[in-house]
Each structure stands twice: as structure tokens, then as C-alpha cells.
Design a protein around this ligand. Structure first.
Ligand code: PRX
Length: 652
């Protein structure tokens, strides 16, 4: 069947799926309707999917009203996230594998049972305590994809400390900003990371970052990963393996209030420095557990693999917290999709008999370029369900994923969500939802999407506009760390009374949602969020640069690439060498994910008479659509645009 709106094929729910899945079509409709008509009754039942030390009696207490943004779920209950992810499984699952770790080197892997996880996490928790970490303190985690990353996060949760995980690809400067932002006195890192056979100098990055903070960090706990030589600061640095020998392997879980923060995760927005998104204990875990079970249709015994890095929210919710809350077996992969060759994902699936596989469109597009052979030489017979996250998936990549990787038998769940949402909000459920390639399809339980126009007017039926969510859900972020006013300003001031996602969205005649991408000054590069303002401020910090404007442009593999317009200081001449230097500058300043793909030297930028840069025009030029620049009559100097268009041509 073909979809009349978009021309894509429509895929029915396979019969065996509607039979075996937790949720079929009728159940989805019934539960979705109840989640709106009786939200507190609905969520009170779901709240019981985790164990509580003191049961909650209040379910939700949320306001999106201007001046009073407040989000509370299960607020009088107490619990502990690590206790839910580990201890409660021990009577039944002590010898079940909790984490399968697959190393960068295909000959290296290990399995960690729930009993082992319990000991490792308690030990790490005691190491943290020995270094003075107390309930409510923040701990920055800058680790590669090794089991100790999971132990560290769960150890924080166990003692009520708030973890802030920083992706290992971030630079010392970015790490420094994030350590300072939440005031961590303890940082956890490794000697070196290992990705695609290459070493990443994590300890030395951490040293430099801590120096930049003015040495506010008291303890740097270093996990030995590669054994490479590292500088040592004797008063501050300790080897993790030496510390573990000094402490016991049992540690009682701290009793936490449902609304106590579990973690902070820094994410880019359209303005200013990255924000510390704060997630809660109770509501977050209920939502991560529930979405993991229903969206991936997780059943006991399934082997589940999410390829994200724990440095991103996907790693938090869907490598760690959701799966472990459900007593699942979750696979953690240290490497990259094309090392030692581009069959790696599929070989790992065969090696560990993975049933559920969750990755990003950028990886699918990159692998698709090397053709079907690297996929087809593997069996993938264990695969049952495929997932996608992080950016819109183009129908061609979706079809390839479905046909070649999933051999036409595995449904694909295209899951739309954000760091701020804590868990998946718009998604198919594999036993319930007909699939349209490129559409995230339908809202999850309790989620009320609304499409509005630029003025905030609600648009009905088949339409396109900006995506808001009008009711709270338990996994929603609670605040920006240390700056509640910024929380309100960023998410609730554009459209009063609604959470604004920053995404554009189309709804078709069947009520299916199609995310069209960011409508703010955030770009999505290989599924990683970058604020254009961050890249701009890095560029203007270079002595040769007087002004910079950064926009996204369509990129075959990355989804969006980074296009930077740069105006040089007087006396500076554009050159290939300077172009390379600026790319390296941003790379070093922020991290490799922020490297501009294209730099165009521009004698001037298009500005309004009041001096505002007209990004709409810059975006069109970067997209190579000079014929649709729109109205340029408000420009102070229209000749600037002709020059930019001419040079865009040269830049191809
Ligand atoms: O633009 C949307 C895009 O990624 C943004 C959120 O990025 P981040 O907070 O880094 O979280 C990524 C992983 C949850 C969104 O605002 N996005 C995420 N998933 C999808 C998506 N766009 C389209 N389809 C998706 N499935």
C-alpha cells in the first residue's frame, strides 16, 4: 500500500507482532485514550512498575503557566534508581547477564551479570564516598564506552550524587565549562579511550580542563583502559583499581525523593552556553522503563543493543536506565561501525545474538554507501526489531535499513525525542502502528503534541508548523541546572502555556507526525546537537576573524553539515591555509563534532538596517538555493548577497 500524502509505502503490522507484542492497535488506542482522560489513574498504575521505598500518594503536580513552571511527579514517594536497576532483580536474575560489553577490538568482550553489577556499583559508590562525595553533590564523568561508565553512573545514583556525563569527544575547554557549570569536585576519567583502533587522550584532556577551571577539582579518579602513559598529579589523581582495593563491595542505597535530581546532561540550544538539563529520580525512571518496554517490545531473555554513547541522553535512557530498570540484557559497544570493517555492527549482532537494535540515521546512511555486501555476509537471523533516533531518517535510508538489514521482517521504530524529554515521545509501537518510512508516527501514552503557527495558534488536521507538547509527562526535564528562569525562557516563553520543542513538524491526514528538523538556531550534525552560536563564538575568538555566522546545510551522511560564513579582520587575506586553521581551531575549541564542513570567506554579511544578521538568507545560500532567497528588501546593503551567492558557487 502507498501513502496518499507522501507517496511512501505503508507497512502493516506483521500478524505475529500484533499477537506477541505488549501493545496491539486496540490496546494502544485504549491506553492512549485513558492516559488523557484519567492521567493520574493511568500514571499511578505505571508508577508501580518501579519499587518505592515509601510509596507515592500524589501522582502529578505540574504547571506550564508563565511565571510558575513547575513539574513534579510522584512527589511524596521515595526510591533509589540503582536499587531499582540492580537489587530488586537479584532474587531472580543474579546470574543473568545485565551488560554485554563489546570492545573496540573484536576479540575483546565480556559479560557482566546482575550479581557482578551489584558488587561493581557498590564498590564504585564506596570509592566515591571515600573521596567525600555526598548526597546532592555533582560528579563529572568523562569516560569512554567501558563498563566502568555504567558503574560510575549507577554508583552516583546509589549514593544520591548527581552525575554529569560529558561525551568523550568533547575538548578540554568544553569539559572545563561543564565541570564549572555544575561545580563538580570529583571527576572520573580513563587513561585513554579507544575508538576505531585510535587512542583518545582522555586523562590529558581532563588535566587541561581542570587547569582551566582553576583547579577546583579535588579528586580525579582514573580508570585504566589502555595502560598508556599519563601525567600524574599526586595530590589529586588516583587509580580506580587501587581505590577499589580499599573499600567494601556492599553499599546501602540512599533513600531519594522522587523529585531529587538523578543527572545533569549539557545540551546545546540556540543561544548561550550549553544548558544543564536536569532529570529527576522517580518520574524519569518510570518513563525510561515504560518506553523501553513498550517501544522496543522488550521481553525477558531478549538481547538489546543501543549503539549510542553514554555521553548522550540516548545512552542514559536506553543503554542504561530503561533496560536495567526492566531487568534486561543490554549491550554496550566501545567501537565504531566501520572498524575493523563496515560489517562490524552486523558481526556484533551475530556474535551476541542481538534481537533488538537501535541506532542513528547517520550510521545507516554511512553504511548504506558501502552497499549490501558487508551486511549480507552476516546472518542477522536473531534480529527482530530495528530502531532509529537522533534526526529525521530519509525514506531511502529507512527502506534500505528495512529491506537489507532487517530482511523485510523487522519493523522499524523511528523514535522522536530530545535530551529534554528524557524518553521517547513520538514513535511507532511495533505491534500496533502501521509504518510510513520517514514518519515518527504517533504519540506515546500521555503525550499530547500540538502543531502551532508562528503566532502560537493551534493548527488542526493535516498541517505543518512548530511542534509543542501541551501536557507534562513523567520523564520531562525539571529545570536548567541553577537557572530555572532560563528553563522557562527557553521552553515555555515562545508559546505560553506549552512546551516548545524547537522542531518543525507536519501532521498528515492519518494523524501521523513527520518531524521536519529544527526551526531554531540549532543544527543536527550526525544526530549531535550543535548551537550555531557556540561555533560562531569559537570562530570569532580567532584573532583573524571579525565576524562569523553559522548555519546548517543538507549533507548526504551527516544529515546536516556546518556551514560557516567568516568575515576577516582588516588586513587579513582569505587563504586555504587560514580555512584549514579555522577548522582546526573550532575542532580543538569545542570538539571534532563541531568542525565546520565548509567555510566561506565573506567580505560582508547580510544585515537588516538595524544590524541583525538575516540568517534566513544565509541558510538559503548554504542550501544552494539562491533563487528562493525571499524578500531581501529590508537589507542594509543588498549587494552583499550577490557576492555571497557568487562565492557559494565557488565553494562547491
Ligand atoms: O530535532 C530533533 C532531533 O534531535 C533533536 C534532539 O536532539 P538531542 O537532544 O541531542 O537528542 C537526541 C536523541 C533523543 C530533536 O529536537 N530528533 C531526535 N530524534 C528524531 C529527531 N528528528 C526526527 N526524527 C527523530 N526520530
Amino acid at each position: 500500500m502507498t501513502d496518499g500524502n507522501s507517496g511512501v509505502s505503508v507497512y502493516d503490522v506483521p500478524a505475529e507482532w500484533s499477537k506477541r507484542a505488549w501493545i496491539d492497535d486496540a490496546k494502544y488506542r485504549e491506553m492512549y485514550a485513558r492516559s488523557l482522560s484519567d492521567p493520574d489513574g493511568f500514571w499511578a498504575e505505571q508508577g508501580k512498575r518501579i519499587d518505592w521505598m515509601k510509596p507515592f500518594s500524589k501522582v502529578s503536580n505540574c504547571s506550564f503557566e508563565p511565571g510558575n513552571i513547575s513539574i513534579k511527579w510522584f512527589e511524596d514517594g521515595t526510591t533509589n534508581v540503582a536499587w531499582n536497576c540492580i537489587d530488586r532483580h537479584l532474587p531472580k536474575r543474579a546470574n543473568q547477564v545485565a551488560i554485554i560489553w563489546e570492545g573496540d577490538d573484536p576479540n575483546e568482550s565480556k559479560e557482566i551479570t546482575y550479581a557482578e553489577l551489584a558488587r561493581e556499583v557498590a564498590t564504585f559508590a564506596n570509592v566515591l564516598k571515600a573521596h567525600g562525595v555526598k548526597k546532592g553533590d555533582t560528579v563529572t564523568v568523562y569516560l569512554p564506552m567501558i563498563p566502568e561508565a555504567a558503574y560510575a553512573m549507577l554508583a552516583c545514583a546509589r549514593i544520591g550524587a548527581i552525575h554529569s556525563v560529558v561525551f568523550g569527544g568533547f575538548s578540554p575547554d568544553s569539559l572545563a565549562g561543564r565541570i564549572e557549570g555544575c561545580g563538580s569536585k570529583v571527576v572520573i576519567t580513563a587513561d585513554e579511550g579507544l575508538r576505531g583502533g585510535r587512542k583518545v587522550a582522555l586523562k590529558s584532556n581532563a588535566d587541561e580542563a581542570i587547569r582551566k577551571t582553576g583547579d577546583t577539582v579535588k579528586s580525579l579518579i582514573v580508570v585504566k583502559r589502555t595502560g598508556g602513559s599519563v601525567a600524574w598529579n599526586a595530590g589529586r589523581d588516583v587509580w580506580y583499581h587501587e581505590e577499589t582495593a580499599k573499600v567494601s563491595a556492599t553499599c546501602l542505597p540512599a533513600e531519594m525523593k522522587a523529585e531529587d535530581p538523578l543527572f545533569i546532561l549539557y545540551t546545546s540550544g540556540s543561544t548561550g552556553a550549553p544548558k544543564g538539563v536536569v532529570h529527576s529520580t522517580g518520574g524519569y525512571l518510570v518513563f525510561a522503563s515504560m518506553t523501553h518496554q513498550y517501544v522496543f517490545d522488550y521481553h525477558d531473555g531478549d538481547i538489546y543493543w543501543c549503539t549510542a554513547d553514554v555521553g548522550w541522553v540516548t545512552g542514559h535512557s536506553y543503554i542504561l536506565y530503561g533496560p536495567l530498570a526492566n531487568g534486561a540484557t543490554t549491550l554496550m559497544f566501545e567501537g565504531v561501525p566501520n572498524y575493523p570493517d563496515n560489517s562490524r555492527f552486523w558481526s556484533v549482532i551475530d556474535k551476541h545474538k542481538v534481537n533488538i537494535f537501535y541506532t542513528a540515521p547517520t550510521a545507516i546512511r554511512a553504511l548504506m554507501q558501502s552497499g549490501d555486501a558487508p551486511v549480507k555476509k552476516t546472518s542477522r537471523a536473531s534480529l527482530r526489531l530495528l530502531g532509529s533516533v537522533g534526526e529525521p531518517i530519509n525514506p531511502e535510508a529507512w527502506e534500505w535499513y528495512h529491506r537489507v538489514v532487517g530482511e523485510d521482517r523487522c519493523p522499524i521504530v523511528d523514535t522522536w525525542w530530545q535530551t529534554e524529554t528524557g524518553g521517547i515521545l513520538i514513535t511507532p509501537l511495533p505491534g500496533a502502528t502501521k509504518l510510513k518510512p520517514g514518519s515518527a508516527t504517533q504519540p506515546f501514552f500521555g503525550v499530547v503534541p500540538e502543531i502551532v503557527d508562528a503566532e502560537g495558534k493551534m493548527l488542526e488536521g493535516a498541517t505543518e508548523g512548530n511542534l509543542c507538547i501541551t501536557k507534562s509527562w513523567p520523564g520531562q526535564m525539571r529545570t536548567v541546572y541553577g537557572d530555572h528562569a532560563r528553563f522557562e525562557q527557553t521552553y515555555f516563553s515562545t508559546y505560553k502555556g506549552k512546551y516548545f520543542t524547537g522542531d518543525g513538524c507536519r501532521r498528515d491526514a492519518d494523524g501521523y507526525y513527520w518531524i521536519t528538523g529544527r526551526v531554531d538556531d540549532v543544527i543536527n550534525v550526525s544526530g549531535h546537537r550543535m548551537g550555531t552560536a557556540e561555533v560562531e563564538s569559537s570562530l570569532v575568538a580567532h584573532p583573524a576573524v571579525s565576524e562569523a555566522a553559522v548555519v546548517g546545510y543538507p549533507h548526504d551522511i551527516k544529515g546536516q553539515g556546518i556551514y560557516a560564513y567568516v568575515t576577516l579582520m582588516q588586513g587579513q587575506e582569505p587563504s586555504e591555509a587560514l580555512r584549514k586553521e579555522l577548522i582546526a581551531w573550532v575542532r580543538k575549541d569545542i570538539g571534532p563534532i563541531a568542525s565546520p564542513d565548509l567555510i566561506q570567506f565573506a567580505p560582508g554579511l547580510p544585515k537588516t538596517r538595524s544590524g541583525k544578521i538575516m540568517r534566513r538568507i544565509l541558510r538559503k545560500i548554504a542550501e544552494d538555493e539562491p533563487s528562493s532567497l525571499g524578500d531581501t528588501s529590508t537589507l542594509a546593503d543588498p549587494a552583499v548577497v550577490d557576492d555571497l551567492v557568487r562565492n557559494r558557487q565557488n565553494n562547491k
